[in-house]
Design a protein around this ligand. Structure first.
Ligand code: PHE
Length: 345
């Protein structure tokens, strides 16, 4: 028995040394302490020992069992520590590696155009104003000299919500708000960038689009002021060689009214695909504020006069950046949007 105990002791020391993982440690435990393990076998043999030898070997066997259990535990703790330091070693971060490139968003072409326009007009003393997109018939039409049943309402296909409420078809609706809200009935200089809605949908029209409105009301405002302002506006947006052409037109809220064309900035007016070989691109509606509009919104047309203009921002962005389909502006395709991150535009 003594021999066997000694042998087991040396075996276990030997085997524990070479152990590399939890599983083989468990194998060793089973080999010595399991149901058929070597120590368990010895305990069985112990039963058959003569009485006088029992106390001596009982103690020795107990000690052996404890010793084995302890050394297994010890080995287990060491294994765990080794595992952790190995993991730490593997997970080491090399802080000197180059970092991942962060993909940054870029400003939407419409935002760019709006900001550019706002900067220009604010520098000339204008306010940037806004109004409701869900508008009343009164402000979108009636206060702009378009009473119910007026044939010019057909110029704009409208989304009516009820007979009184509609999605505004033009930012001109804000003209009436500003004049009505101006308690002192003093001068007005405003631009209104904003969303507008009409029942149309194809490559050059979207049911929702953006306009910027301009309104100036003061004493002695004339067509010369309108012309000069639009010249500054268009040259700023499309280049210093841009020329303007005023064609007589009709809007119920201005008199006289004009459609304003700009010389094609791609061909300089010679004629190309962009301007459909005419040399001109139609970009704005404009005119002198109709006396009825001034009167209806609290301004005396014998004292005050004004000019107004409106342009489609989507159209302006499309020409400026040579975008051929308006729907690209609203489809949020990153391949399209990335192109506007360039420094030169
Ligand atoms: N509101 C007009 C439109 O949407 C444009 C316009 C604005 C015309 C101001 C004249 C004056 O077509």
């Amino acid at each position: 028995m003594e021999e066997k105990i000694k042998k087991i002791k040396s075996q276990i020391a030997e085997q524990l040394k070479s152990i590399k993982d939890k599983n083989s440690l468990e194998d060793v435990r089973i080999k010595f302490l399991g149901k058929k393990g070597e120590v368990t076998e010895l305990l069985k043999e112990f039963k058959d020992l003569p009485k006088e030898e029992k106390p001596k070997f009982g103690k020795a066997l107990n000690e052996l069992k404890n010793e084995i259990e302890n050394s297994i535990k010890e080995r287990e703790t060491k294994l765990k520590a080794e595992e952790i330091s190995k993991k730490l070693e593997e997970e080491k971060i090399d802080v000197t590696l180059p970092s991942k490139k962060i993909i940054r968003g870029s400003k939407h072409p419409l935002t760019r155009v709006i900001e550019e326009i706002e900067d220009l007009f604010v520098s000339m003393g204008y306010d940037v104003c806004s109004g409701p997109e869900l508008e009343t018939d009164e402000f979108c039409f009636e206060r702009l000299n378009l009473p119910k049943g007026h044939p010019a309402r057909d110029m704009q296909d409208t989304f009516y919500i009820t007979t009184e409420y509609l999605l505004r078809t033009q930012t001109s609706a804000v003209q009436a708000h500003t004049m009505m809200d101006n308690k002192e009935k003093g001068p007005i200089r405003e631009i209104v960038p904003g969303k507008t809605y009409r029942r149309e949908d194809d490559a050059t029209h979207s049911h929702q689009f953006n306009q910027v409105e301009g309104l100036v009301v003061d004493k002695d405002i004339s067509f010369a002021d309108l012309k000069g302002t639009l010249e500054i506006f268009m040259k700023h947006m499309l280049g210093p060689n841009t020329e303007l052409r005023f064609r007589p037109s009709y809007f119920p809220f201005t008199e006289p009214s004009y459609e304003v064309d700009v010389s094609c900035f791609k061909c300089g007016g010679k004629g190309c695909n962009l301007c459909k070989h005419t040399g001109w691109i139609e970009l704005l509606g404009a005119g002198i504020v109709h006396p009825n509009v001034l009167r209806m919104n609290g301004y005396d047309p014998d004292v005050y006069s004004g000019f107004a203009f409106g342009t489609g921002l989507d159209r302006l962005a499309m020409f400026k950046y040579e975008i051929t389909d308006i729907r690209l502006l609203y489809s949020n395709d990153v391949r399209f949007l990335e192109q506007f991150d360039r420094k030169d535009i």
